[in-house]
Design a protein around this ligand. Structure first.
Ligand code: DC
Length: 338
């Protein structure tokens, strides 16, 4: 089955306008794609909620396209979407099998759903344990876009230093290590895998010792330059949610949506504690709490790209909110900006 798509707009919600616009759209789809009536299996139209007076399927029938099932549905209401818009999907089966087709957009109807037709990035920065990664994963799933965990990349650098017996604070040794450092991120089934020197280290980087090493190593300018370049390249090529410390300030200062998550330090320590216990690790709450405070200090006071909210980021305090509430809050803020 081949799907041909098209969209058009009308100036007024009147039967005459809708009929003319639908005819013009279908005529061009048929002409440009050398489409024959017998190839058509089904028409599906959708229209924005401001069109009431006439059905595009009815218009199509009146134009003589009444030889296949015709459906019409309502587009969800999207703030900022083009008004008075009609979209068509035509399902066709060609005798020669699937072939390339040209989709037709008339009367400025190219971008109907900005939220799904533009490459956009969501920058989610914040303190360790503020809920960034859980929220980022949920947003990525809901919007069907990529989740890039940038902390995992610094963790892989920290792990490499540990494995090489290098102090993550020793800048010259770390710079030497960078020459042969090979960190990649790969995805399978929408899940990020962090690859260090060809090995999948996604679990190993979650060890508690690696957290502190990552915090130290991420303070070096050369490390950040290497990781940030990779992050920008990924964000340029596809829509994604990136979580980290400097996404809104340094990695993607032009990101359309920026959020900064905070939470009380005791709450954050408790979340990390529960997470590590659930993974079967042995941890002591007090030392975890002390480590969280130390990491906050290191990440916020470092010279290069310190952790801080971007001026245009919206801060969300997650101390007393459940994940679903945080996700809903962020989604409604995004919706207002689309
Ligand atoms: O989010 P996380 O705990 O996985 O991050 C590990 C460390 O990496 C964190 O202490 C600071 C650093 N980091 C950073 O400097 N910049 C980022 N964009 C992400 C993480």
């Amino acid at each position: 089955m081949t799907v041909l798509r098209g969209a058009t707009t009308v100036l007024q919600d009147t039967p005459n306008e809708i009929s003319l616009a639908v005819k013009e759209l279908l005529d061009e789809i048929f002409a440009v794609n050398a489409l024959k009536k017998e190839d058509i299996r089904c028409f599906v139209f959708s229209l924005t909620t401001d069109i009431h007076s006439f059905h595009p399927a009815k218009a199509a029938r009146e134009c003589g396209y009444d030889f296949a099932p015709l459906f019409a549905c309502i587009e969800p209401e999207i703030t900022g979407a083009l008004p008075l818009c009609i979209r068509a999907m035509i399902f066709a089966e060609f005798p020669e099998g699937n072939r390339a087709v040209k989709h037709i957009y008339q009367r400025g109807a190219k971008v109907l759903r900005k939220d799904i037709s533009e490459i956009y990035n969501i920058a989610l920065d914040g303190l360790a344990g503020s809920g960034k990664s859980t929220v980022a994963k949920a947003l990525a799933k809901d919007y069907d876009i990529l989740y890039l965990d940038t902390g995992a990349m610094y963790r892989a650098c920290g792990l490499k230093a540990i494995r090489c017996g290098i102090s993550p604070q020793d800048e010259s040794a770390v710079e030497e290590m960078l020459k042969t450092l090979d960190v990649k991120v790969e995805y399978s089934g929408g899940v990020q895998h962090t690859i260090l020197d060809g090995e999948d280290v996604s679990s190993a980087i979650r060890e508690n010792a690696v957290s502190m090493a990552a915090s130290h190593i991420s303070a070096h300018r050369a490390v950040r330059a290497k990781m940030v370049e990779m992050q920008r390249e990924i964000a340029r090529s596809m829509s994604c949610v990136l979580d980290g410390r400097d996404i809104g300030t340094a990695v993607l200062p032009a990101a359309k949506y920026k959020f900064f998550l905070t939470a009380d330090s005791k709450v954050r320590a408790q979340r990390r504690y529960d997470e590590l216990i659930a993974r079967g690790q042995t941890v002591d709450f007090d030392s975890l709490y002390a480590e969280i405070l130390q990491r906050d200090k290191q990440d916020s006071e470092r010279e290069c790209s310190p952790l801080k909210p971007a001026e245009d980021a919206i801060t969300v305090d997650t101390s007393s909110l459940g994940i679903n509430e945080v996700v809903a809050t962020i989604k409604s803020l995004i919706q207002k900006k689309i």
